[in-house]
Structure formats: C-alpha cells, structure tokens
Design a protein around this ligand. Structure first.
Ligand SMILES: [Zn+2]
Length: 390
C-alpha cells in the first residue's frame, strides 16, 4: 500500500523531459513507486496539488550546514521549507575538522548531502570573526588526500577562497594559493571550487589555472570578477568553453543584477544557481531562499526550466548522484518540492541597491524528503485555478 499520494501536480523534471504533464505521484517507503495520470488506489495521506508545480527536491550546491562547527552555518533542516532536500556544503570544514562534521550528520543528511573539503585546516570555522588562512604552506596534502580517499562517497571536491583580503592576511597571493590548491585537487582526482570575488591577478591567468570541471564560484559578483572594461570578459567565455563550471551563489551580495543581466543578455547563463546561505543572509534580501533566487534569475531573463536545471539536474551530476537526486522517477528517493508559480510584479534588489522587475515568484508549498512531508502549506492556500500556465 502506498504511504502518500500527491494528486494532480504539474510535473517538471528537466533530466527526463517532463514539462508540465499533470499526474499523480505515489510514494511508498520513501521511494517514488508510481507516476501516472489517475492512480486508482488510495493512501493514508494524500495532498491535492492541482494547479501547482511539482519539481524534484531542489539541490543547493553551495550551502553551509556544519551547524555548531562554524558560526555562520545553518542546520540542514532549515533549508527544507524552501523546497531544498539536498545540499553540498561548500567548505565549512577543512582537513582538521571534516571528520567532526561528517560524524555529526544524521543518516538522512548523509544520504542527501555531500561536502567540499576546505584546503585550510579549520575550513570556515573562524567565520564570522575573521577570515581563514590560505597560505599553501599550511595545506596538508597528505592528510587531504587520505581524507578524500577515506570519504570518497562524502567529499566531492576541494574548496578555496582567494579574495585579496584573505590572501593578504595569509601572506600569500590569490593565484599562488590557487595553483597549489589545483595541484592538490589534481592529486585527489577532484574538482576545486573557487570563491573568486576580488581576487588578485587577472581573469586570463585564473582561467588558465582552472581545469575542466572546476567551479568558478560567485560568477556574477558585482565586485572584481568577470567584467573587463565594463563588459563581460571574453576570458570567462573561454573558461566556459574550457569546461569550467559557472556557479552563481548569492551569499551576502555576490549576485549583482547588472552583471548578471549583461551576461544573460549575451547568452552567458550560470550552470548552477545556489544560495551560499548563512545565518547572515538566509531569508533576507538580496539572498532570500533558493526559490527566491530562481525567481530572480527568471526576472533576469532565464526560463523556469533553465533555472530548474541549475538547481536539480546539473548539481545532481556534479554530486555524482545523477538519476538518483534532482529527478522525478519511479524507483528513486521521493524528494519533491511543490510550488505556486505566482504571477505579478516583483522587485528584486541586489547588494548595491540595483533593482530588477520580475513577473513570477516561486512560492514553496510543500517539501517531501525521502517520502516524508517535512513542509506543507497547501492547506492554507486558496483553491487554485486549473490553468496549467500557473
Ligand atoms: Zn560559501
């Protein structure tokens, strides 16, 4: 017998070409058992989601959920009401404390999250009081390699922040630190994710150092980043052709409306849309929540399906969880998000006060994590129309 059925949802899954088909989803033992227009059986719990959009549970590829290990991190469960059921921790822990982080996780967290290991010993444990040290002489190659091998299913990359103030306080330079970081990542057979805003050196050098699959993080920062002579630099386009992954994590203010609008107008889209949510920015403008950032990118000119891919199928691939997370398929874990696609006029500000006008806001309605309803607002909403464009 099924445990839960979602009735009449408008389904979207970019990975298998579901584009607004209306169907029921039946769940048993935490797994999607059946997807069909009219499932005749009943279940003890049913949620009517007609007129609402059902997507795979969102993946926040740049998260901080080492709660208790750094002053900035949130709890993994804090993400759930926004439709997020999977996340990748972006370097909250380094080689000195990653085992403490991993051992503090619940089994549920272990199944649905992964971590990037910071190259500096303590990760981001000193934040928000002061920045970490990124001098390469402190990167313990041997230990980093050992940990990446020991936790091969938990650690999916290395992390480094190379902003000028961090390099300066560490007595190194952005690119010296990065060169060694990439060397170690190469030895570990993993990608490196690089926080680039305000890096020292030039973009051409940076792109030369990064390898295909490495992550260029905070790509639309209004700080020193991808602009040259106030234009989108051809170097970043070269980076994309080379296979560098372009990630737009918002964080406190690394999603500049003007930079993003210029890039998107030129057909330069992000591969990943992520939050970089911390205690300092989660649920507050300009970062908000992941669906809020997806709505912001729709205001910037991307389609719903494009932004959905950036928060489901693409990050699932980078986690090595393709076909398991970030999709709606029979036989896969029942991680689902339900949204109301509210039409109207919405103003999105960035950290500099630049505003853009959007016409759609994704409002989370329900979140299912491994078959469990962890958030549900559908009872409180007015009855939607059956207009499938909603
Ligand atoms: Zn971050």
């Amino acid at each position: 017998m099924y445990d839960l059925i979602l009735r009449n949802g408008t389904l979207y899954d970019v990975s298998r070409g579901l584009r607004g088909e209306v169907a029921d989803i039946a769940i048993e033992n935490g797994v999607i058992r059946k997807i069909a227009p009219d499932i005749p059986e009943n279940a003890p719990h049913e949620i009517e989601v007609s007129g609402r959009t059902v997507t795979p549970g969102l993946i926040d590829f740049h998260a901080h959920f080492y709660a208790g290990g750094t002053g900035i991190a949130l709890k993994f469960s804090t993400y759930w009401p926004a439709g997020v059921t999977s996340a990748v921790d972006a370097g909250s822990a380094g080689f000195g404390n990653i085992e403490s982080f991993l051992s503090s996780q619940t089994e549920e967290e272990r199944r649905n999250t992964k971590a990037y290991l910071y190259l500096g010993s303590g990760g981001l444990s000193t934040l928000p009081a002061h920045n970490e040290n990124i001098h390469p002489k402190y990167f313990d190659r041997k230990k980093i390699k050992m940990l990446c091998e020991r936790y091969t299913d938990r650690i999916c990359g290395l992390k480094l922040r190379i902003s000028a103030p961090i390099a300066e306080i560490s007595g190194t330079t952005s690119l010296d630190s990065l060169r060694i970081g990439v060397e170690i990542a190469e030895e570990c057979g993993l990608p490196i994710s690089v926080h680039i805003p305000d890096f020292q050196g030039n973009l051409s050098q940076l792109i030369d150092i990064l390898r295909p699959g490495d992550i260029f993080c905070h790509v639309f920062t209004p700080k020193r980043g991808i602009l040259e002579d106030d234009r989108i630099s051809p170097e970043i386009v070269r980076g994309r052709k080379k296979g560098v992954v372009m990630e737009s994590a918002c964080g406190k203010g690394h999603l500049g409306n003007r930079v993003a609008a210029m890039a998107i107008q030129e057909g330069f889209y992000p591969d990943i849309i992520s939050g970089d949510f911390t205690k300092a920015n989660y649920t507050f403008s300009p970062a908000g929540t992941l669906p809020y950032l997806m709505s912001r990118f729709m205001a910037l000119g991307m389609t719903f399906e494009q932004v959905l891919a950036c928060c489901t199928s693409f990050p699932a691939k980078k986690m090595g969880m393709e076909g398991k997370l970030g999709c709606i398929r029979e036989g896969t874990p029942a991680n689902l998000a339900v949204f109301q696609r509210e039409q109207g006029e919405f103003i999105f500000s960035d950290v500099e006060g630049d505003t853009i006008l959007g016409h759609e806001m994704l409002i989370p309605q329900a979140t299912i994590l491994e078959g469990e309803v962890v958030y549900n607002q559908t009872l409180c909403r007015s009855r939607p129309t059956n207009d499938s464009s909603l």
